[in-house]
Design a protein around this ligand. Structure first.
Ligand SMILES: Nc1nc2c(c(=O)[nH]1)N[C@H]1C(S)=C(S)[C@@H](COP(=O)(O)O)O[C@H]1N2
Ligand SMILES: [Mo]
Length: 421
């Protein structure tokens, strides 16, 4: 009875790059809908020829009985299959914020069951006055909030493999999240402790069974590091560091020590197991890059993406995430022809430094094969490299920090898959 419309008045639209990429001007903004640019009836709404839509007015079952009670703590609709595995299901989310229950989780020895009343946080080492905080004491300090992304250095590691792996946005790129974190400035606490001028680094240690610990330059700590107590408005989730974690915005995930129990100011890095055997990167020439901290500019298309099979030709919105550990995303370009031609995507507000940025671009898919890519540029002028460029420079022993352009092939069947071009 109803049928998906496939009509698109392509004469009225600006196609700005190969294979049907449309101008970002056609995105819906304040009342000026894409439909006006495309001509009436050209989007993908269900159109009903016979009965002018009145069949949708029959009374559904759920309008005939009172609804159920709501739960004390809300959970998603039973129709939405949202799971982290432990990666974030990027392909099912939109906007820039990762719901706390879907925030990816990396633990080196499980999630500790920390009693907040017994937890202590110590600042010591090269300070004038060592300080011990209870959670209750830390709760009294002035707080601020910041939206920042978190990405494990091992994210997108699959793009180092010789052949493209079978996978989706979640399995390949899902060690990536963004949340609003609220807490206390580390500079403020270090100021209270009194920094000994010999201190140039600090060691941050977690209260998990791995006692995960990392050396961090003091300059970074004084710049924008903070102790997070709240995640998206509520106390941190146990898997993400309850009751407190260190946040070092833009630095790769591992540096953001969860279940923080100790910060020790030191003259140099401590060479912990987590920064020698782990999280250092074997380069092409046999040398090892140690203490690489910020995540370089990067992006990924989340829709369309593998698993989200496309339902026939016509209009689609291409959408994805871009980020940089070195600042703000200033541009995201999208290609539908494997990188031969590019169009500028629209960046959804807010665009924040060291946060995920949502980008969008309208696309008219003609039903033929296409390869979708996105390429981010940040405000340092850094442009996300192709996979070929990255591997030519670094080799593919590296394992960490793969920020190469990712390619999704769209087959005529509408199936989307991970490919190399
Ligand atoms: N104490 C402690 N902190 C930790 C870890 C850990 O195992 N123990 N894992 C690190 C790694 S490798 C990453 S990528 C991030 C992941 O943070 P998330 O689990 O909140 O996503 O936490 C980091 N902080
Ligand atoms: Mo990580």
């Amino acid at each position: 009875m109803t049928k998906r419309s496939t009509f698109l008045a392509t004469d009225h639209i600006d196609v700005v790059a190969g294979n049907g990429l449309m101008s970002r001007r056609h995105l819906i903004t304040r009342g000026a809908a894409v439909t006006s640019a495309l001509g009436a009836g050209s989007l993908m709404a269900l159109r009903s020829s016979a009965s002018a839509g009145s069949e949708v007015l029959t009374i559904p079952e759920w309008m005939k009985v009172p609804g159920r009670d709501f739960e004390p703590y809300g959970t998603p609709s039973r129709f939405e299959k949202l799971t982290r595995n432990p990666r974030t299901p990027l392909q099912f989310l939109d906007g820039m914020i990762t719901p706390s229950g879907l925030h990816f989780v990396i633990t080196h020895n499980g999630v500790p069951d920390i009693d907040p009343d017994q937890h202590r946080f110590l600042i010591h080492g090269l300070v004038k006055r060592p300080l011990v905080f209870t959670l209750e004491a830390l709760e009294r300090y002035p707080r601020s909030s910041r939206i920042v992304f978190l990405e494990c250095a091992g994210n997108s590691r699959a793009l180092y493999s010789e052949q493209p792996v079978k996978g989706d946005a979640q399995s390949i790129h899902g060690l990536l999240s963004c949340a609003e974190w609220t807490g206390v400035s580390l500079a403020l606490l270090l100021d209270e402790a009194g920094i000994d001028p010999r201190a140039k680094w600090l060691l941050a240690e977690g209260a998990d069974a791995a006692a995960m610990s990392r050396s961090i330059p003091l300059a970074k700590a004084l710049d924008d590091a903070f102790i997070a107590l709240y995640q998206n408005g509520e106390p941190l989730r146990p898997a993400n560091g309850y009751p407190m974690r260190l946040m070092v915005p833009g630095y790769h995930g591992n540096m953001n020590v969860k279940w923080l129990r100790r910060i020790e100011l030191t003259e140099g890095p401590m060479m912990t197991k987590d920064e020698t055997s782990h999280y250092s990167m074997l380069l092409k020439d046999g040398r090892v890059a140690q203490f690489k901290f910020p995540i370089d500019g990067k992006s990924v298309i989340t829709r369309p993406s593998p698993g989200l099979t496309m339902n026939g030709p016509g209009f689609y919105e291409i959408s994805g995430l871009a980020w940089s550990g070195n600042g703000k995303v200033v541009k995201v370009e999208v290609s539908a022809d494997g990188g031969h031609s590019w169009a500028d995507a629209a960046l959804s507000e807010p665009v924040l430094s060291k946060a995920l940025t949502r980008f969008r671009l309208p696309w008219h898919w003609n039903g033929g094969p296409a390869v979708l890519q996105s390429r981010a540029t940040d405000d340092t002028g850094y442009v996300q490299p192709t996979r070929e460029q990255l591997i030519a420079k670094r080799g593919n022993n590296a394992f960490y920090f793969n920020n190469a352009i990712s390619s999704w092939a769209v087959a005529a069947s509408g199936q989307v898959s991970n490919v190399y071009v």
